[in-house]
Ligand binder design. Sequence first.
Ligand SMILES: NC(=O)c1ccc[n+]([C@@H]2O[C@H](COP(=O)([O-])OP(=O)(O)OC[C@H]3O[C@@H](n4cnc5c(N)ncnc54)[C@H](OP(=O)(O)O)[C@@H]3O)[C@@H](O)[C@H]2O)c1
Length: 364
Amino acid sequence: VSKLELLGHKVGTVKLPTGADVARLGIGCWGIGGPDDNLGLPMGWSTSDDSEARRGLELAYELGANLYDTADVYGHGRSERLLGSLLRQVPRSTVAVTSKVGYFAGTAENAYDPHHIRRQLEQSLRNLRTDYLDVYFLHNANFGSSDRYLEGALTAMQDFKREGLIRSIGMRGPHRYAPERLTTADACDKNVRFRKLFDIVQPEVLTVRYNLLTPDNRGGIFDLAAQHGTVVLLNKPLAQGLLTGKYSASAPPQFGLGDHRSRKRWFTPSALAVLSAEIEPLRQRFGSDGLTRIALRYCLQRFDQSAVLVGFTNAAQIRKNITCLGEILSDSDLSFISSVGERIMHALNAQGGVFLDDAREDRA
Ligand SMILES: NC(=O)c1ccc[n+]([C@@H]2O[C@H](COP(=O)([O-])OP(=O)(O)OC[C@H]3O[C@@H](n4cnc5c(N)ncnc54)[C@H](OP(=O)(O)O)[C@@H]3O)[C@@H](O)[C@H]2O)c1
């Protein structure tokens, strides 16, 4: 039995547009980028450690994970270089690697200046010690005023594909408070904006935040993906650790410099108090140790043409996330979980403001 069959047997596989079959639980590499700032804000994670990251990546591979997601901006190359150390050790054809461009402009006017994208891609490939990406994502939707960098960016992406540097083009899902909404004249409803870009870009892969706290259909994204045969990569399945149940209001986490969570309301004592009270029915039904499992299974069971990207900062988390999955959830489990998720969001929003629409929540 191959390694992929080990994990693939538990979670199923999905075919990327490149034809590669990947296990539907993939590994997110944002966390291992470490502490970082971008666009004038903390944008990284202060909890990671390079040697744990390397061990975690090697363990993930041993346990059968063969989809790894990173971005140029995750630790400004650090995450890509760590993943590159795994790619040096394993046959390239046994893994699928995705990276992204769009949040780091360097000295270019816009991150989607075609010359800049090419430089970033070349650097990403060097960091990753590979000569191609399976998916290259347009990481944000800021194509300048009147989208003036959009056409050039798309031409560049098509060129990269023809040159064999990337095998497919990806785009992120609706993203209400991405910076472009604040600056461009045609900024409009996030779903309208997303739909317009989807039609122009015609991405082969989408990525979208999804977990048990997310509104179920993310503005119809799963229907759209099903219609177009687009693969969707779901990110933040554990709500960045909140859904593991490890936080409490009495001992709120203290994040270090360069950690994006230090500016997020989700991790404040008042939000954690709500979360730990409202999550109790899940603890009672599935056990405290079962929370991570059901958070991941909930995402895995949402849409067949998808893979779930779960992040990590140490090897123990990789082991837990890959080995805890157990059996699939029943329909009654799923509706129970989703009603608890709705109650959690309702209670959080009752604290004031709308959590999911918080501008500060959503810029990475
Ligand atoms: N395309 C996009 O726009 C986009 C946006 C966001 C994310 N992504 C991708 O999706 C991936 C997943 O999202 P994410 O990493 O933000 O969030 P996530 O997967 O929901 O949470 C990951 C974090 O939760 C904690 N954790 C993980 N497993 C755990 C366990 N078993 N027990 C306790 N804590 C655990 C770790 O942080 P601590 O150890 O610090 O607690 C880890 O970094 C990212 O890494 C990235 O590759 C893409």
